[in-house]
Ligand binder design. Sequence first.
Ligand code: CUK
Ligand code: CUA
Length: 637
Amino acid sequence: MTRPNDSDDRSTETNSPTESTLDADSERDPLFDRIPRRDFMKAGAATGAMASMAGCTGLLGGDDSVALEDVKTDVKPGEHDDYYAFLSGGHTGEIRVYGLPSMRQLMRIPVFGRESARGYGYDDRTSEMLEDAGGYSWGDTHHPRVSQTDNDYDGRWAFVNDKANGRMARINLKYFETDAIVDIPNQQGTHGACCLLPDTKYVFGVGEFRVPMPNDGQDLTDPENYTSVIAAINPETMNVEWEVLVDGNMDNGDGGKEGRWFFTTGYNSEHATTESEMSSSDTDWVKAFDVPAIEEAVEAGEYDEMNGVPVVDGTRDSALNEGDRPIVRYIDVSKSPHGVSVTPDGQYAIASGKLDPTATVIDIETLAEADDPNESIVGRPRLGMGPLHTAYDGRGHAYTTLFIDSQVVKWDIEAAVEASEESTDPVIEKIDVHYNPGHLIAAESYTTDPQGDWLISLNKLSKDRFLPVGPMHPENDQLIYIGDDEEGMSLVKDTPSYAEPHDASIVSAEKLDPAKVYDPEDYDEEFVGHEDIDISREDGRVHVKMYSTRNEFGFEEVTVTEGDEVTMTVTNIEQTPDILHSIAIPEHDINMKLAPQETREVTFTADEPGVYWMYCAFFCSALHLEMRSRLIVEPAE
Ligand code: CUK
Ligand code: CUA
């Protein structure tokens, strides 16, 4: 079920430059013509050999460096933040919106589970959406990614995966609310999530768990026959357009900037089912999906349809991987790589080793040309223990979390390409974080033009950093200033967070334009104005249409008969921003939030005779407590 944000001023047409350039000869990567290459050596002398781990390199100060004391770190009362940060909420199934640099939590957006403050999952529209998306009661959000046009945030949507139940959700950034969820066929456990850039042609869901295909009970016990898929989802319709099945489990994913490549990390090239077997081999793969080649295979009908989705065979032995334009390239990397992210200039995909202390730098242009995809590996710096995820400042530096070392390491990308394998020379600096970081994210790191000032380290453990609150500790999201290459990274803030943010996206505030009140054009429910109130009855069905405003509902009482199926359509007719009402009916589990100009509908059965006060749950005015009316349920004869 989808409710597209149909603002027409934002073109959603894709113009992937590679769409029609499938012949191998014209494979010059158009990105390199379109995006000015950052001068990695702008600061001069940033060579690995001269860098040290002393915390202050003294060599990297360049035009882009700004000292910490010259930037806003505190947001005073009444002031606004510079950035929105969208953090996943892990197994709370939600998204949290922070302001940066304050790290204040501004809003929570329920996605995969009901949430009462927003009435999410209580009114007919959202409860049907959750039901149609599988009816699960929870989700596990990991990777929030924000839509882009021409490689920059366009303010339309955020997307987030559900690792628990194989789903992808879309959040409408006009209203900061979930407006579509797709239950992805053939995928159990959607882990990685990201947009195909430059224009968000697809949102990719990366299937982690290998299962029989189709998983219908026919073929249960031979893990050689299990498989996992990536799913390409149309962001407008949230329809799964096609899938590609592969060897090995998949983990994280990130798209190139030019519309052609999509990368996933993965583990378990052994096709095992136990931990020890899964990590027995020394290598696993980064898989590079050649999207236009896959689209061509789909066009040509070279797929099996499974559960309504064209599924293309991208396993190593597939005929589609023979010839000079394989659809999936398998790149050997050290075992169980975890994060993968493409550098802002689109030149490299960097995969973090997790069980190996290195990161692998893959040259995307070489990948397109080389016969052996392993030739595209151009760097393998030794970063530290447990490298998980990498973010960018746009000045040629990468920042990688070291889970085991509890550190963030800053390193020089070009120096890593020049250095020998396993060299520590590219490492510029390390900063302690507290403790055991998973993801980290820098401001606009997923675009071609990161802001280069702030980085959040999403730490899994907080241990002793906060007042104790029982055996379950908060996690610790730490704000680190990365804008001063001379002084190095500075830890600025600790922020306790509820379990458990994985990834995040940070977007400049001016790139989003959230609505302050609803536009009735954007939803299907009938707007009920002052003159439109009505109670109609037909065959045991009662339809109540009423408004809410300070300090009344459209009817002071509503009388129905025991057993009636009641639909209430209620509009908040206020024009004033921030004046919310709701309608709550005790003992009927009814709870609808109504922001200004919003209409919601709820249907329930009035099955117990009696008097039930319908009240407003938002403190809307001095007469808020008096804002109520009665639902009178008369006994059936
Ligand atoms: S994963 Cu959680 S720390 Cu789901 Cu991106 Cu790496
Ligand atoms: Cu309306 Cu309280």
